[in-house]
Ligand binder design. Structure first.
Ligand SMILES: [Ca+2]
Ligand SMILES: [Ca+2]
Length: 198
């Protein structure tokens, strides 16, 4: 029963008691950010969820590809692509494959992809439905770890950028991704000294 405080199998969430979102968030529902809530009929209310803040590439209508702004240039090998789709679109393909694509909702999709060093271009296609086939391309650059300047080698230029970013949360200088640029990041850079992708 909706409102009894327990998330039953036919409910997405609960309004009763202290309420429950059943462990879900806007992100897990396929959006970039926002605050998920539970409607009075115990289904999710995603009106507070959005793609605002993401780097969003839009084909047309409701089909879009998003990446988080700090991830356009990254050290990560594994990377999350996400976006919206038409509710009647049958499949979303990443580089021609649906293998790693998941659909948190009927209007969203997500896919974890691997990045090679350098530029990675992904072609995302929405097929089926009234919109027929739509295509969007995104490019994400993976850098050699600690190559903050993106010139292919870890050297004193990178050290000077890290020094400039000291104490900040600059994503490219925060090598261990703990939210602050400090001596941990410096030690990672030192250990990577002279490493090159050239
Ligand atoms: Ca460099
Ligand atoms: Ca850090």
């Amino acid at each position: 029963m909706c409102g009894d405080g327990f998330v039953d199998p036919d409910e997405e969430c609960e309004t009763g008691g202290t309420g429950s979102l059943n462990g879900q968030t806007c992100t897990s529902r396929g959006y970039y950010q926002g605050t998920l809530s539970c409607a009075s009929n115990c289904t999710f209310n995603t009106s507070g969820c959005s793609y605002a803040g993401a780097v969003l590439v839009q084909a047309s209508g409701s089909f879009s590809v998003g990446i988080s702004p700090e991830d356009q240039t990254t050290y990560a090998t594994l990377f999350l692509l996400f976006g919206s789709k038409s509710s009647d679109a049958k499949t979303v393909l990443v580089n021609g494959s649906e293998e790693d694509v998941k659909y948190p909702t009927s209007t969203s999709w997500q896919a974890w992809v691997f990045l090679s060093l350098g530029e990675n271009t992904f072609t995302i296609t929405q097929t089926g439905g009234r919109a027929s086939s739509q295509e969007v391309q995104v490019t994400i650059t993976r850098l050699v770890m600690a190559d903050i300047t993106a010139d292919g080698i870890v050297d004193d230029y990178d050290l000077s950028l890290l020094a400039t970013a000291w104490g900040s949360d600059d994503p490219l200088s925060d090598l261990n991704e703990d939210g602050v640029v400090d001596d941990y990041d410096l030690s990672i850079l030192a250990a990577r000294w002279s490493v090159t992708s050239l």
